[in-house]
Design a protein around this ligand. Structure first.
Ligand code: MTE
Ligand code: MO
Length: 509
């Protein structure tokens, strides 16, 4: 090979691998900062924002829905050309190659700081990318000049190829890791962009007073951020709407597979439903109430045509967890939902994004499958679910529960009026009464907040005329069928705790 050609080749390759390694390391550094800190994406987004309208329209017309991919490829192509140019310049007119890299890094910084989602740390990845590219470029170009008779400094061909190999490995490894980990950020970004369908039936209006006007009572609505979370997932599944499928099979007339578009094309309803975990001890807080948006599960079962001898829905999540739900509880008219929205947003990732089940009246472990991807219509005498295999119950309707939320346990209160208040639930039956007992005294009725629906919890308040000394206060609820919580303490396993909740208070004299 002619020395001149080889020199050009070496310079170009030096520029290319230096810049690619720098960019890949920059992407890697962006990961822990934020899902929006990618300098590559920032540059692409910056170009979109600042492109003249005709150019943008041309791109959309030409590439259609592939315009984003086209943009990313385009940015990559420009980067490759500039990298080669930087290598050539740095070899013959140093430090002009370095200057090209510096300009490009500066552009990355500008793009990063003008993002609407900007955080100060966003400047770090493009700076790191610039430094890595620059150092690699200087070192590699110094070695790029082939060793000639009478000159010094250049590397042997073997040395040069070795250095290029190392940088290529750095670039490839960083790119792979960044891409894998970036998926998580992609799903979060997808969730933020997602628009949910409008419900064809909205939840009944929430009457004033469902939240009693007393501090320290669990609010009627639980926030998505603080909603209790229970699952076996070590790593929250990352399932995009594009990848989501629900396969419905087993004892059905027709096997069907729903996509996200199929599901969101079906009429969705919005309902307020209180979810509860069977693992609650007496007085436990593993319960939450949210406004859910979803497609009635029975509508989907109807599409598939359930055979009459089936009695169980075995649902499987993308990470392999299973729940077994009585088909009767899904088809009896209650609002069992294949949910896609929670409190006006797409489901949070930890709560089952993009699709989960919510069945009023049943504990979560037999009904509330998150990240659900598979429905097998089967029979209880043929199939078992995750927790059933580990000693928990098979059918588990939620047991009536009531809890004292305030005052705090063991708190000191002045004698006189002490407001005791809390929450009670008996989903899909409803709460008809809550009573309070002080020490060995008589049971006295508490005031109930309005009942939103039989599927939601209900707050209660009791005005206690407290006398000095230490007192134990008990509560118990009665469901709409007239059954009062039993005193007998039973552990959560296998199908839910029973017993009265109590708290001890010191009343000052
Ligand atoms: N995929 C999956 N779904 C699951 C679980 C799980 O471990 N994996 N746990 C269930 C249990 S025991 C409960 S109580 C509810 C809790 O739902 P949340 O975390 O949204 O409050 O999810 C149910 N759905
Ligand atoms: Mo649970």
């Amino acid at each position: 090979m002619g020395t001149r050609v080889e020199t050009c080749l070496r310079a170009g390759v030096a520029g290319l691998v230096s810049v690619l390694a720098g960019v890949a390391v920059g992407e890697l550094v962006a990961l822990p900062i934020s899902g929006y800190a990618s300098p590559y994406q920032a540059v692409a987004a910056f170009l979109v924002d600042h492109a003249p309208a005709p150019a943008r329209e041309f791109a959309i017309d030409t590439f259609g829905t592939a315009d984003k991919t086209a943009l990313m490829v385009g940015v990559g192509a420009v980067l490759v050309v500039l990298a080669v140019v930087a290598g050539l310049l740095q070899s013959w007119r140093p430090p002009w190659g370095l200057a090209v890299v510096a300009v490009f890094a500066a552009f990355g910084v500008v793009a990063a700081v003008t993002r609407p989602t900007m955080e100060p740390a966003f400047v770090i990845p493009p700076l790191v990318a610039g430094v890595v590219s620059g150092v690699a470029l200087v070192v590699l170009c110094r070695g790029a000049a082939p060793r000639e008779e009478g000159t010094d400094g250049g590397w042997s061909r073997r040395q040069f190829i070795g250095a290029v190999g190392v940088l290529t490995a750095v670039a490839a490894l960083s790119a792979v890791v960044a891409r894998q980990a970036g998926r998580a950020g992609d799903i979060m970004a997808e969730r933020l962009r997602l628009t949910l369908p409008r419900p064809t039936s909205t939840a009944a209006p929430v009457p004033a007073g469902v939240d009693v006007d007393v501090d320290g009572v669990t609010p009627f609505f639980s926030d998505n951020a603080t909603f209790y979370r229970i699952d076996t997932a070590l790593q929250v599944p990352r399932l995009s709407t594009a990848d989501w499928r629900l396969r419905i099979h087993g004892m059905v007339d027709r096997e069907i597979t729903l996509t996200w578009d199929d599901l969101t094309a079906m009429p969705a309803i919005e309902r307020i439903i209180t979810l509860t975990c069977v693992s609650n001890e007496v007085g436990g807080d593993l319960a939450g109430n949210a406004r859910w948006l979803g497609v009635p599960m029975r509508d989907i079962l109807t599409q598939a045509g359930v055979r009459t001898d089936a009695d169980m829905l075995l649902s499987t999540s993308v990470d392999g967890w299973t729940s077994g739900t009585p088909l009767a509880d899904i088809t009896d008219g209650r609002d069992a939902l294949l949910a896609i929205g929670m409190n006006g947003e797409p489901l949070p990732l930890e709560h089952g994004y993009p699709v989960r089940q919510v069945v009023p009246g049943l504990y979560g472990f037999v009904s509330a499958c998150k990240w659900v991807v598979d429905w097998e219509i089967t029979r209880f005498d043929r199939a078992r679910a995750y927790w059933t295999d580990r000693g928990w119950g098979v059918r588990a309707p939620i047991k009536t529960a009531s809890r004292i939320d305030r005052p705090a346990p063991l708190s000191r209160q002045p004698a006189g009026r002490v407001v005791v208040a809390g929450t009670a639930w008996a989903q899909h039956r409803g709460i008809s009464a809550v009573e309070v007992r002080v020490d060995d005294g008589p049971w006295q009725p508490a005031d109930l907040a309005p009942q939103y629906s039989i599927d939601t919890w209900r707050q209660w308040v009791f005005d206690w005329d407290a006398t000095p000394g230490q007192h134990t206060v008990y509560c118990r609820a009665t469901d709409a069928a007239g059954r009062t919580q039993p005193e007998q303490r039973v552990a959560p396993i296998p199908d839910g705790a029973t017993g009265w909740h109590s708290r001890v208070f010191r009343i000052e004299g």
